[in-house]
Design a binder for this molecule. Structure first.
Ligand SMILES: [Zn+2]
Length: 272
């Protein structure tokens, strides 16, 4: 290192001094002028690149879990269990209040139907990607009469109060309580794990346990209604991160349809 520093090269600045300087700077001036636009262009390209990077980051941030970046990342997500559990399955999803009314409406305009529609959109996307046949149903869809499927979930959200929690229920008059209890358990465990929300058993009402769609379905279609959270206290999750709520529900379906008990269900009626 000391050697390098001690040995000046012929081109180093220290050799240029005295009378030569004015001539040098004169000669250098036109060259400098010629280079300046290049350097400016370089700087502009770098600035443009940084600006573009900023815009991409802003779009990704603003889009939250439904933004293009998040969708791309979720598509990259490796979910081998999805296909095993869902491929070839028929799954009904009621987008709460769709085709009927808006459900709960808050003072600032937030509303239930729109909120759950975003969640259902993400559910449908993941279910379809795994090979399931998804029937997206209105609240009072005529197809609900005798509807037969491997599972049905109805997706809703609760009122605008500052309370937190989700709940899931099956039909009180279920023809197959053990099977539907398993569906409810799968959905509840998975939804709690995905969202971190507590199960709010205290606010389960007859609107859930005697939900109108339950008595319309084919008797052997396992079904549950999911109250994903409160438009008030859980808005940061159900409103801002619909993909997370959707994943919680789909995880529950993967648990139910891919679980060990699912393998024991006879696929055809036994011969007499
Ligand atoms: Zn509702």
């Amino acid at each position: 290192m000391a050697k390098k520093a001690a040995a000046p090269t012929p081109n180093s600045k220290s050799t240029r001094s005295g009378a030569q300087k004015p001539a040098d700077s004169q000669a250098a001036a036109p060259r400098a002028k010629g280079r300046q636009p290049d350097r400016g262009l370089e700087r502009r390209v770098i600035l443009l690149f940084l600006l573009l990077l900023g815009v991409v980051a802003a779009v990704a941030w603003a889009g939250g879990d439904s933004g293009p970046a998040a969708l791309w990342l979720s598509d990259m997500g490796n979910r081998p269990a999805d296909r095993a559990a869902l491929d070839g399955r028929r799954i009904g999803v009621i987008s709460g209040h769709r085709g009927h009314d808006s459900g709960a409406i808050c003072d600032d305009g937030r509303q239930e139907a729109e909120t759950v529609a975003a969640i259902v959109h993400h559910m449908e996307r993941r279910l379809s990607r795994a090979g399931a046949q998804v029937d997206l149903l209105d609240e009072y869809d005529p197809r609900l009469i005798n509807y037969a499927a491997d599972a049905l979930v109805s997706v809703h959200a609760d009122s605008c109060i500052e309370r937190s929690g989700f709940k899931i229920a099956r039909w009180e008059l279920s023809a197959m309580p053990a099977e539907e209890d398993r569906l409810v358990r799968c959905l509840s465990d998975s939804y709690a794990a995905a969202t971190g929300l507590p199960f709010d058993a205290d606010t389960i009402t007859e609107d859930m346990t005697l939900y109108h769609a339950f008595r319309k379905l084919a008797l052997d279609t396992p079904a549950a209604i999911v109250e994903t959270g409160f438009l008030g206290g859980d808005w940061q999750l159900i409103g801002r991160r619909p993909a997370v709520a959707a994943d919680g529900i789909v995880d529950g379906l993967v648990c139910f349809l891919g679980g060990p008990a699912a393998l024991n269900i006879p696929t055809a009626p036994s011969q007499p």
